[in-house]
Ligand binder design. Structure first.
Ligand SMILES: Cc1cc2nc3c(=O)[nH]c(=O)nc-3n(C[C@H](O)[C@H](O)[C@H](O)COP(=O)(O)O)c2cc1C
Length: 182
């Protein structure tokens, strides 16, 4: 199973990026993770650039998404919304329907006690617009993330570890048995 992991944070040492790596460590052995690192290379979306010859970075993103059996997104909240760079990447997939029916798990993690709830809700709305197969058991909001991770980016909170495991298990189940609800 090929999983494309997308962090909504460009920050070096991002807690969201660390969470994706932690999730990968908890995943079943037959899951292979690719960590997307091209978010900052994507041009600002414009329909005029989205013609027959889209930018190479956009082609690369679309190819990674198409090759993936499932997508795992983990994002912070900025100003009550999804980070612009992540939304920009998602906008580039509209015309090609790249997310259509793709199993997707969506995590938000914030240093505040709200867990990035508004970004999470906004992300789910966008994924709905994209026709993604948003997994019910793949939805997770993590509050006060900095208290649940050590300085090496390892998740130290056992409940969070368990929640992450449930998310990757949901992805695995949805990919293995596409017609059951997870
Ligand atoms: C510009 C900016 C805006 C932010 N806005 C919010 C916000 O609206 N809600 C929230 O919960 N956290 C907000 N935060 C805090 C981030 O969610 C928090 O720093 C998060 O841990 C960043 O994720 P990262 O470690 O993956 O980079 C904001 C942070 C920055 C830098």
């Amino acid at each position: 199973m090929q999983i494309l992991a997308i962090s909504g944070s460009l920050r070096a040492g991002s807690t969201n990026s660390h969470l994706l790596r932690a999730a990968a460590c908890l995943a079943p052995e037959n899951m292979n993770f690719t960590f997307y690192d091209g978010l900052a290379d994507l041009p600002h979306f414009s329909p005029e650039l989205d013609g027959d010859n889209p930018p190479a970075s956009v082609i690369h993103l679309r190819e990674l998404l198409q090759a993936a059996d499932g997508i795992l997104i983990c994002t912070p909240e900025y100003a009550f919304g999804v980070p612009g760079s992540l939304k920009n990447a998602l906008d580039w997939t509209v015309s090609t329907c790249t997310f259509s029916n793709k199993p997707v798990a969506a995590i938000s993690a914030s240093s505040t006690y709200m867990g990035g709830d508004k970004a999470h809700a906004s992300l789910l709305l966008t994924l709905t617009a994209l026709g993604a197969n948003i997994l019910e058991s793949g939805k997770l909001m993590i509050a006060a993330i900095r208290t649940k991770m050590n300085s090496d980016g390892e998740v130290t909170d056992s409940a969070t570890v368990q929640s992450l495991k449930s998310v990757v298990d949901a992805l695995a189940q949805a990919i293995a048995a596409p017609h059951t609800i997870s």
